[in-house]
Design a protein around this ligand. Structure first.
Ligand code: ATP
Ligand code: MG
Length: 434
């Protein structure tokens, strides 16, 4: 058996028949029902095997686009010393969202809600010259924010997985280039995940300028309300000009939109939709480098306080956002690029040697083609097996049974369209691998 493929009889996939009470939105309901996550405390979830596979694939796509943009991966700890945050002045400013902990020696620690202080301290202690600049560092790490109202499952958790990147530049031109590279990387990331994200101008704080954007996935259950130029919907993300075009077009969260006297978009072009914030990028200049005393020697010998930006993506939130954007009555419809397995294999007679042999042959051949299989070899009734496959939403479902085998065929179903075909084993494999 291919190491990526699994037999359901030996797997851990606790699906639920009933919609769990208290799960308000469809992604939360489906993540619980399809055995992706289990709540362990308010806003804190265990990622079960199937959910972990999805989370890993999302993280891999995020990582790939960060690397492509020139960012460098590292890994900082979740637990941070309070003293770091005293340096920046945020220890007292952060408020009750921060989980504060004392170690056995009575030292104040915290579970990181974000990493500006820590990355600035590390970079400050290691980099002294313009020769080691500019750099953008990132990690994919768990965060904790004691949200007032954790809800919607992993969409607003207290513990959640974030990709956070931090750029350090010598001058404003460099900082702008770092920001632009991340803007483009974000568009590519969401497109690679099968999502269309709208970049929304966000308040840029005391520094001003236009270097602050949130990225929203449009969905009726989104927590934010957005007003935007519907011309945004028609921009071709694959076009190299897309980032520039998107930044020219109006998009604003409702609260900010309300403050604008004359809306720059003609009424017939103004769209109003709800969105899920999946990313946020912003430039904050010398805020932390100045507070924490970071200086780098410039080419001319003068000391420079580096200019910085932060760039976050809600990796675990994305799992929910993808389901909000892609599901039907029967369950999840995973985009191929993040599906936990490529193929669901419904074995109608695991007790019949010939059927089992055909299923094993299919697994082996799909493995050669690089496709992973979840093989339902349990004694459950066919109806139950089909319902589970629809619920977990793998892109392809192959059904193998004695009748089909006698005629030399298996059934191949495309989850997204429901389209079915009776094909030879070889033809089914070719269709899946093609
Ligand atoms: P929100 O407005 O949703 O609270 P935020 O402004 O606090 O988000 P950032 O600090 O910019 O978010 O964090 C970067 C990204 O991390 C967000 O764009 C979002 O996708 C994700 N994120 C933030 N808070 C949570 C949470 N409680 N649960 C899951 N993901 C989160
Ligand atoms: Mg928040």
């Amino acid at each position: 058996m291919h190491p990526l493929s699994k037999r359901l009889s030996r797997y851990f996939l606790p699906v639920l028949k009933e919609t769990p009470a208290g799960a308000e939105i469809v992604s939360h309901q489906l993540m619980l029902r399809a055995g992706l996550i289990r709540q362990t405390a308010a806003g804190i979830y265990a990622w079960l095997p199937l959910g972990l596979r999805v989370l890993d694939r999302i993280a891999a796509i995020v990582r790939c686009e960060q690397d492509r943009a020139g960012a460098i991966e590292m890994l900082m700890p979740t637990i941070q010393p309070a003293d770091l945050w005293r340096e920046s002045g945020r220890y007292d400013a952060y408020g009750p969202e921060m989980l504060r902990i004392a170690d056995r020696h009575g030292r104040d620690m915290l579970y990181g809600p974000t990493n500006e202080e820590m990355v600035t301290a590390i970079f400050r202690d290691c980099v002294k010259s313009y020769r080691d600049m500019p750099r953008t560092l990132y990690h994919i790490q768990w965060k904790f924010r004691d949200e007032v109202r954790p809800r919607f499952g992993v969409m607003r958790g207290r513990e959640f997985l974030m990709k956070d990147a931090y750029s350090f530049d010598m001058d404003m031109d460099g900082a702008r280039a770092s920001y632009d590279a991340m803007f483009t990387a974000y568009l590519r990331t969401f497109a690679a995940l099968g999502l269309r994200a709208v970049p929304v101008k966000a308040p840029s704080g005391p520094i001003g300028g236009d270097l602050s954007h949130e990225f929203h996935i449009l969905a009726s259950t989104g927590e934010s309300e957005i007003f935007y130029d519907s011309a945004l919907d028609t921009v071709d993300i694959a076009d190299p000009e897309a980032p520039a075009q998107l930044r020219r077009l109006y998009a604003m969260e409702a609260e900010e939109h309300a403050k604008i006297a004359a809306c720059p978009v003609p009424p017939e072009r103004l769209a109003r939709r709800r969105g899920i914030e999946v990313g946020h990028i912003f430039f904050f200049g010398t805020k932390y480098t100045a507070a924490m005393g970071m200086q780098v020697q410039g080419r001319d010998g003068a000391m420079v306080t580096p200019l910085c930006g932060s760039y976050g993506i809600g990796v675990s939130r994305l799992a929910g956002a993808i389901i909000e954007a892609s599901h039907d009555e029967a369950g999840i419809i995973w985009p191929e690029q993040v599906a936990p397995f490529d193929v669901g294999l419904v074995n109608l007679r695991p007790d019949e040697a010939a059927v089992m042999a055909a299923c094993e042959a299919l697994e082996a051949k799909l493995a050669v083609a690089g496709r992973s299989v979840l093989h339902d070899d349990t004694p459950a009734r066919p109806g139950e097996k089909f319902a589970t496959m629809d619920l977990v939403g793998l892109p392809w479902v192959v059904t193998v049974g004695p009748k089909g085998l006698a005629a030399g065929t298996v059934e191949l179903k495309r989850r997204a369209t429901g389209e079915k075909a009776e094909l030879s084993l070889e033809a089914a494999i070719a269709r899946i691998a093609g």
